[in-house]
Design a binder for this molecule. Structure first.
Ligand SMILES: [Zn+2]
Ligand SMILES: [Zn+2]
Length: 267
């Protein structure tokens, strides 16, 4: 990122922090007044949709209630993603969606509670032997947003667990377009060649257990492309940990509360 956009980004973040100090605490999702800073109001808390039932062992998409046992979803069975497993505490819906969008738009202070929820969904996934990293943004998007929200979460996860953080394993070399409205094969084409391994990263990932962090998993195509690069570079295992999982569109008829369209867009 250019020095001037870095300065601009830190000025924005300092202004935001000052603003937050002066304003009464607001719900992380709907902005209603709350007693405790960095919390949900009662209504939003009650409307959260934790992923608590049966889910896909590989991509964490909720499975039909009647399946009961954990197995692979149809998408992962027909076209296995390159990552080994995924955990996500919440469905990308309602207050979680509002929270993630606010976080993406500058509410960096939400990272700590988001990371805590993520870690509860992935017990034992981050330890001293794990290498934590984040799905990178393309530099144009980084310059316009000021920070990579996935990296902010990765940093919070590393500091909460003591797992080492390697923020620069991957480079996003292709500015992918918004994934909104794309079909699964289109999403895969969209992210093809989007990532490459950073210079010297091969030595750091060889035989390692990588925990790749992102805010939201939509189809899994982005995480799969990133994991593919890490696997080809010699990583032993790639686990993906996100805060929210979009209920897959191809599961929509089977999953209660599934969204029929996803409006997450490119992360
Ligand atoms: Zn609320
Ligand atoms: Zn799956």
């Amino acid at each position: 990122m250019a020095a001037d956009s870095l300065i601009l980004a830190s000025a924005r973040s300092a202004t935001r922090a000052l603003f937050d100090l002066l304003m009464p605490p607001a719900c992380m999702a709907c902005k209603a007044p709350v007693a405790t800073p960095i919390s949900f109001c009662g209504d939003c808390y009650a409307a959260l949709k934790p992923i608590s039932g049966a889910r896909c062992l590989q991509c964490a998409v909720p499975l039909p209630l009647k399946w009961q046992t954990e197995t692979h979803c149809l998408g992962c069975l027909s076209e296995p993603p390159r990552f080994d497993r995924t955990a996500a505490p919440f469905l990308y819906d309602g207050p979680t969606r509002q929270l993630v969008l606010a976080f993406k738009n500058g509410r960096e202070a939400y990272a700590a509670p988001m990371a805590a929820a993520m870690l509860r969904a992935a017990p034992g996934w981050a330890g001293p032997e794990t290498l934590v990293s984040a799905v990178p943004l393309h530099r144009w998007r980084l310059a316009s947003r000021g920070y990579n929200q996935a990296l902010v979460l990765a940093r919070a996860i590393a500091s909460a667990t003591g797992a080492p953080l390697d923020p620069e394993l991957l480079l996003r070399v292709k500015a992918t377009r918004s994934t909104r409205g794309l079909t699964r094969p289109q999403r895969q084409r969209n992210v093809q060649g989007a990532f490459r391994l950073a210079d010297g990263a091969k030595d750091r990932i060889s035989g390692r257990d990588i925990l790749l962090i992102d805010d939201v998993m939509t189809s899994g195509a982005t995480a799969s492309a990133a994991a593919g690069v890490l696997k080809r570079g010699g990583a032993a295992r790639v686990s993906v940990l996100v805060h929210a999982r979009v209920a897959a569109t191809d599961m929509a008829p089977y999953v209660e509360g599934a969204r029929s369209q996803d409006d997450h867009g490119q992360s």
